[in-house]
Design a protein around this ligand. Sequence first.
Ligand SMILES: Nc1ncnc2c1ncn2[C@@H]1O[C@H](COP(=O)(O)OP(=O)(O)OP(=O)(O)O)[C@@H](O)[C@H]1O
Ligand SMILES: [Mg+2]
Length: 251
Amino acid sequence: MIEIKELRKSFGEKLVLESLSTTFSSGKINLIIGRSGSGKTVAIKSMLGLHSIDSGGIYFDNRNFSVMNDKERKEIRKEIGMVFQGGALFDSMTIEENLSVPLIMFSKKNKSEILDRVNFCLDRVNLVNVNKLFPSDLSGGMQKRVAIARAIVLNPKYLFCDEPNSGLDPYTATIIDELLKEITYEYNITTVINTHDMNSVMQIGDQIIFIKEGKKMWEGHKEEIMNTNNKYLNDFIFSSEIFKRLKKSIS
Ligand SMILES: Nc1ncnc2c1ncn2[C@@H]1O[C@H](COP(=O)(O)OP(=O)(O)OP(=O)(O)O)[C@@H](O)[C@H]1O
Ligand SMILES: [Mg+2]
């Protein structure tokens, strides 16, 4: 479980997150949704300590990350997996090496144990015979799966994904969503995903917060989202392509 309390972040004069509070549950897909520029990435980066925050608290299972020193934060980071927008794989390393890096850095496993774990994780995301290939040898969807495999090599308690579906076709996006859901449930991970993809919202959103200009405007489940009276959320939902088409087809 991750709790954020009254999170506030500005860059110079520009206030990006304003008093953002919520709880992300373990074993659930927790989505942060909102328009481009609403502050989703800044929210995730704040939780990871990738930049400073103005004020507020970030609690990883009641451990207050915001007051920790670098050494204490490093311990928490070992429990965190991340999948970033571009995949962020190391282009000059093979897939096997890409997955080995976190294990070499943060575990005490020997060479053969590392290889076992790498193969287990690649198998878990349904990738076979890719060990010696480079990221550029793979399709976008396969690269995303490698990024997910790398994010879970250290058995994370927490998984952060920033737009995991960006750049993927709708079918492949569905496969990636399902994979994230399975992994989250199977390993009881607190998964936080940024998205503006309404398909993902309806497919995997266990808990959803909607932010607009850095403020939480709505919070709920995917079953509730279609019946909301919240004007801003409705504007957001019905501006997405899929719902425009749906609306057209029923009118
Ligand atoms: N390092 C920075 N310095 C100044 N402003 C920043 C910085 N990082 C983000 N911002 C601003 O914060 C706001 C929120 O940005 P953020 O990247 O969190 O949006 P987002 O919701 O993730 O959008 P998208 O869906 O396009 O990824 C934007 O106005 C952005 O310009
Ligand atoms: Mg973003």
